[in-house]
Design a protein around this ligand. Structure first.
Ligand code: GLA
Length: 359
């Protein structure tokens, strides 16, 4: 058996595919998989969240395909790893689905971890992250970056993971806010979040276009000032999307400094700036996320922003512990007045990454 967590990204949004630094942490909700080798070449897979209905396929029939079947995320990992034996898989996924908390990465990484152990593949965490990302990119057909899988595999309890998405090296940045009397509220807007839609791929393509037009290796390799000086070389949409990326990269490093200095006021400002950049420049927010963020700030949060791919999903808000209940009520009321679905609220301490839990 192996377990792998979902994630929240503190800051560094939509820059993992531009070689940026990101600062996510693992949440305590995990996906657990039980894996057993079979003597034939069948794969049998079932999920506790789907009535344990068994889906069965031969290992020789695995092939990338589109569709709604959740099992593709699991099968993709087996396909990338190229295991040469049938297996039984039972999944218990406790990461909230469709909340932008990376339930898909948790599923992929729990399976990658279990297979790595059972088949003694000796792959490193960085290799397992690449395997899981490839499963999603190629088998499932979602062009995600490397952040979610990396943090699900590499996270350490009590820390956010400063991940260099270029080479997957990382540093653990202590993120212990309870002793400061603070809490990070996670607000699931329940608005629909569908990365398979074109919006994500289109943003990614804009960043690639900016890189190609400017003749640089990646948006990581240009300062904000140099980028701004070359504005006339890019069309307006490409420019403004790239501008989000170069400024967000700066904000991540500033956020690490703020955390190292226990400066949570500064961290809050950076969260707010990140949200404005995602909303106005990168245009991946949505009315529900903006309402959650604006209401949290009006209630006195130090900072708030959308997290993940956007177009729905969750927001985070950093606030004093005693403000949490009032803030939750205010957001619920605002959502109800706007005619939106009721939001769900979570809090989570930074938790441990994937691990084998039994033999
Ligand atoms: C999704 C993707 C990640 C990342 C974020 C945005 O979660 O899976 O790779 O690009 O969006 O930061």
């Amino acid at each position: 058996m192996a377990a792998a967590p979902g994630r929240v990204n503190l800051i560094g949004e939509h820059i993992d595919y531009s070689d940026g630094f990101v600062l996510p942490f693992a949440i305590s909700d995990k996906t657990v998989v039980a894996l057993a080798r079979r003597s034939d070449r069948q794969i049998r897979i079932a999920s506790m969240q789907k009535n344990a209905d068994v889906y069965e396929i031969s290992i020789d029939s695995l092939t990338p395909h589109k569709g709604e079947n959740w099992a593709r995320y699991a099968l993709g990992v087996l396909w990338v790893l190229g295991i040469d034996a049938g297996v039984d898989l039972l999944i218990d996924g406790r990461v909230p689905l469709g909340a932008g908390l990376s339930s898909s990465a948790a599923l992929e990484c729990s399976i990658a971890t279990a297979v790595n152990h059972l088949f003694d593949l000796k792959l490193s965490l960085a290799e397992l992250a690449r395997v899981s990302q490839k499963a999603e990119n190629v088998y499932v057909g979602v062009p995600c970056g490397i952040m979610d899988q990396s943090v699900s595999l590499m996270a350490k309890a009590g820390s956010a993971l400063l991940l260099d998405c270029r080479d997957l090296t990382s540093e653990n940045i202590p993120f212990l806010i309870a002793p400061q009397g603070l809490e990070l509220l996670i607000i699931d807007t329940q608005a629909h979040h569908k990365l398979v839609d074109g919006g994500y791929a289109e943003r990614r393509a804009s960043c690639e276009k900016a890189v190609a037009t400017l003749g640089i290796t990646s948006l990581r390799d240009i300062s904000v000032a140099d980028y701004a000086a070359r504005q006339s070389e890019l069309d307006p949409v490409t420019y403004i999307r790239g501008f989000h990326a170069v400024t967000e990269m700066r904000r991540v490093l500033d956020a690490v400094d703020a955390l190292k200095n226990n400066n949570f006021i500064r961290l809050g400002e950076l969260l707010n700036q990140s949200h404005r950049s995602l909303r106005d420049d990168y245009t991946v927010s949505c009315p529900e996320l903006n309402l959650a963020v604006d209401t949290a700030i009006a209630q006195g949060a130090l900072g708030a922003r959308m997290v993940g791919g956007g177009f729905g999903g969750s927001a985070i808000a950093l606030m004093k512990t005693e403000q949490v209940k009032r803030c939750e009520s205010a957001i619920s009321r605002a959502f109800s007045s706007a005619g939106y679905k009721s939001p769900r609220f979570f809090t989570s301490l930074p938790s441990e990454g994937a691990h084998v839990i039994a033999n």
